[in-house]
Design a protein around this ligand. Sequence first.
Ligand code: G3P
Length: 219
Amino acid sequence: MQFFLDTANVDEIRAMTATGLVDGVTTNPSLIAKSGRDLVQTIKEICTLTTGPVSAEVTASDAEGMVKEGEFLRDIADNVCVKVPLTWEGLKATHVLSGKGHPVNVTLCFSANQALLAAKAGATYISPFIGRIDDTGADGMELIGEIRTIYDNYPELDTQILAASIRNVLHVKQSALLGADVATIPANVLQALVKHPLTDKGLAAFMADWESTGQSILP
Ligand code: G3P
């Protein structure tokens, strides 16, 4: 399973890539706004911090505009992945962009049928928004399972499931259990994955016992 970092904060990305755990980055217009920085500069900088795909989202609402913006974004760096919303125009843009060899992440997916359409249009990634479905009182994980089943039923659909809108560690575990190809994760959730109270307790006991021996490993 691949881990992408879901942020436009370059300091966060720099810190987290040092672990070797980050396989790519996803951004969206809200994350760019939160960063307070220029889109092009930010995407350019992020693309120097990872060799993996960096999703940058178009903001046009018509297919022609999305294609133009997508091609502009792709010129920023080789590892830019064009992010397109799951609308009829977005599907048309996905078809054109993927036909020209550009990787496309189709975002704002909330149903299995939408995921089927995106795959047929040529999406490289489909981004189901788990947390936002949970927010409505439904179960976002059900969607991941449904998409996995549908894509596995039709091996010619090679779109990867990119679990998005991940809010907690359970979302990551369940996405992995259900066979999502990628999870895009906020930095605080990625860091929380390592935590377990028994690890902390066990380590404290090991260190106390080690200190009582008076030894050191290095001469
Ligand atoms: O990858 C999409 C993600 O950024 C949306 O997350 O928490 O705004 O629903 P959220």
